[in-house]
Design a protein around this ligand. Sequence first.
Ligand SMILES: NC(=O)c1ccc[n+]([C@@H]2O[C@H](COP(=O)([O-])OP(=O)(O)OC[C@H]3O[C@@H](n4cnc5c(N)ncnc54)[C@H](O)[C@@H]3O)[C@@H](O)[C@H]2O)c1
Length: 286
Amino acid sequence: MPVPASDTASTHWLGLAGRACVVTGAAGGVGAEVARQLAAAGARVALLDRDEAALAHTLDTLRSTGATALALHADVTDAASVQRAADAVLAAWGPAAVLVNNAAALYADAVMDISLDKWNQLLAVNLSGYLLCAQAFGRQMKARGGGAMVHVASISGHVPQPFSGAYSVSKAGVKMLSQLLAVELGEYGIRSNVVSPAMIRTPMSEGIYANAGVREQRERIVPAGRISTPADIAEAVSFLVSDRASYISGQDLLVDGGLSQAWLGLIPRPGFEKQDAAAAAGTRTV
Ligand SMILES: NC(=O)c1ccc[n+]([C@@H]2O[C@H](COP(=O)([O-])OP(=O)(O)OC[C@H]3O[C@@H](n4cnc5c(N)ncnc54)[C@H](O)[C@@H]3O)[C@@H](O)[C@H]2O)c1
């Protein structure tokens, strides 16, 4: 008897068909893949990014698959720019049903050395940018009678990521912003959740993997044994913005291949190492 197609293969499973979805930082990396998956589920997808050339390329790629998509050239740190993007979505498709806050930046810096300008610049993108988009598209969701937001944060909002300037602080802030939105907007039928990735291969992190041996060293410490792809993260985002997550709000889903659970296993503990099965069996027969 043939195995029935999994429900997860159906574009109807997520309940997103026809919905107006906005994805920030959608020109590349995680954002472009989130946009692709939402479009594949039948959603209408607005791609928001400040990188105009990459945005145009991603839009073309998406449209070539038959997707209904729109490019919004905008800077999430600029309230007027975000509002213009929100107005464009409203004019094209009506109020947004979904917002995926994802646009972010990362700079290397020690907390003791970082200039106030650089600190503020990063928070302006990674935290205040999320607020501005939540406000502009949240107002549309209120008018629509409901909606869903997912904010892409990071494992570094849970544990400090040293020498990364304000990055960890921004991501910890995103988590609390999302929790506040979940509480304040719940009565309007709006949900707010966080997806926290660990290591992903994207343009943001590609420079790190250019160093010899880094991929292998990193893979060794992840229980899943591999670095995540944008698709791994987009699957979680798609679920949380969908009707399949309609009673989930104020949560933070770590999509980290188990990394956050692994650190006790990294401490040397003689006598408690993984045993080689064949050797252990051999020992018993002696
Ligand atoms: N790559 C990783 O290993 C990793 C790990 C954990 C969390 N994250 C998070 O995942 C999300 C996606 O990251 P990514 O790796 O795809 O990054 P990326 O650098 O590949 O993409 C980020 C996008 O955001 C856009 N952007 C930046 N500033 C903007 C602004 N002011 N206005 C509009 N657009 C702007 C960029 O143009 C780019 O297209 C981010 O929130 C990041 O912090 C990434």
